[in-house]
Design a protein around this ligand. Structure first.
Ligand SMILES: NC(=O)C1=CN([C@@H]2O[C@H](COP(=O)(O)OP(=O)(O)OC[C@H]3O[C@@H](n4cnc5c(N)ncnc54)[C@H](OP(=O)(O)O)[C@@H]3O)[C@@H](O)[C@H]2O)C=CC1
Ligand SMILES: O=C1CO[C@H](CO)[C@@H](O)[C@@H]1O
Length: 274
């Protein structure tokens, strides 16, 4: 496993396991399978409604807590200082843990203008040692700049939609400049068309790998943290089997050329749902 070191000197596995759209009852076998396979980082969120299942799988895995890296997120309706503290307690209780490794703001929802207060509550949790690191999701440069100007703890991570069709050059450059790690959500474009492209299949065949493995490898070689989701045991294994090959410069530049600003999710500035 490869790790990145976050601002808070915490080590985070660069490859983790995402659990959006994994129902509570399926979260237990899926997360247990992931941990057995070797994943040590799990990415959940209050809104995924599976924190109890994730917590149960963690317990049943018998892997020491300190060897696991658990991320959860504060949902839009729980933003604001006091609400965030309550939402965190609720997530912790559901997970059955006494700390989480990374706590993230799920969306900036800029029209409500309360992500700074939300982040300040997360700073309190960080100073109390109840979260090892804090960060954000779906923050554009101007949202990040406000946190840098008005808060004390630099976000450890910005988790954003990122895959070959949406390579996020601008936000990535800003994050790199400020030492904020980029984490890719929907790294496989939710299992979409990109997996069926002939040019991607040619790269995969060259390395005797699948297109999904090539894309995960591309994220890793770009220095991005990556959290593919699957409830299919063979794919859970496949997505982890990416440490025995390397894409060459030609492969990397062919994938780079696929960037076309195509999203699966909303633009951060336009996601103002509460
Ligand atoms: N912060 C945020 O706003 C967001 C965060 N996320 C996080 O990122 C994680 C990953 O993103 P997600 O949107 O789930 O999408 P992914 O890009 O990880 O794709 C998941 C889909 O691809 C399929 N799949 C997985 N592996 C393979 C494979 N090897 N070959 C073919 N198909 C495959 C899965 O099918 P199956 O399960 O049936 O095997 C599933 O349908 C989420 O689970 C969540 O933790 C996601 C969205 C937004
Ligand atoms: O992580 C995510 C998946 O679930 C949410 C909706 O229920 C999305 O908005 C979010 O980006």
């Amino acid at each position: 496993m490869q790790y990145v070191t976050l601002h808070q000197q915490v080590k985070m596995p660069q490859l983790g396991f995402g659990v959006w759209q994994v129902e509570e009852k399926d979260a237990v076998p899926s997360v247990k399978k992931a941990i057995e396979t070797g994943y040590r980082a799990i990415d959940t969120a209050a809104i995924y409604k599976n924190e109890r299942g994730v917590g149960q799988a963690i317990k049943e895995s018998n892997v020491p807590r300190e060897d696991l890296f658990i991320t959860t997120k504060v949902w839009n309706t729980d933003q604001g200082y006091e609400n965030t503290l309550k939402a965190f307690d609720d997530s912790l209780e559901k997970l059955g843990l006494d700390y989480v490794d990374l706590y993230l703001i799920h969306w900036p929802t800029p029209e409500f203008d309360d992500y700074v207060e939300t982040y300040k509550a997360m700073e309190k949790l960080y100073h109390e040692g109840r979260v090892k690191a804090i960060g954000v999701c779906n923050f554009d440069r101007d949202h990040l700049q406000r946190l840098l100007d008005e808060c004390d703890v630099i976000p450890a991570v910005n988790q954003i939609e990122c895959h070959p069709y949406l390579q996020q050059k601008e936000v990535k450059a800003f994050c790199e400049e400020h030492g904020i790690h980029v984490e890719a959500w929907s790294p496989l474009m939710q299992g979409g068309d990109v997996l069926n492209r002939e040019d991607m299949q040619a790269i995969a065949q060259k390395h005797n790998k699948t297109v999904a493995q090539v894309i995960i490898r591309w994220h890793l070689q770009n220095g991005t943290i990556v959290i593919p989701k699957s409830v299919t045991p063979s794919r859970i294994e496949e997505n982890f089997d990416v440490f025995d090959f390397e894409l060459d410069e030609e492969d990397m530049s062919r994938i780079k050329a696929l960037d076309r600003d195509e999203r699966k999710g909303p633009k951060p500035s336009e996601m103002n749902v509460r």
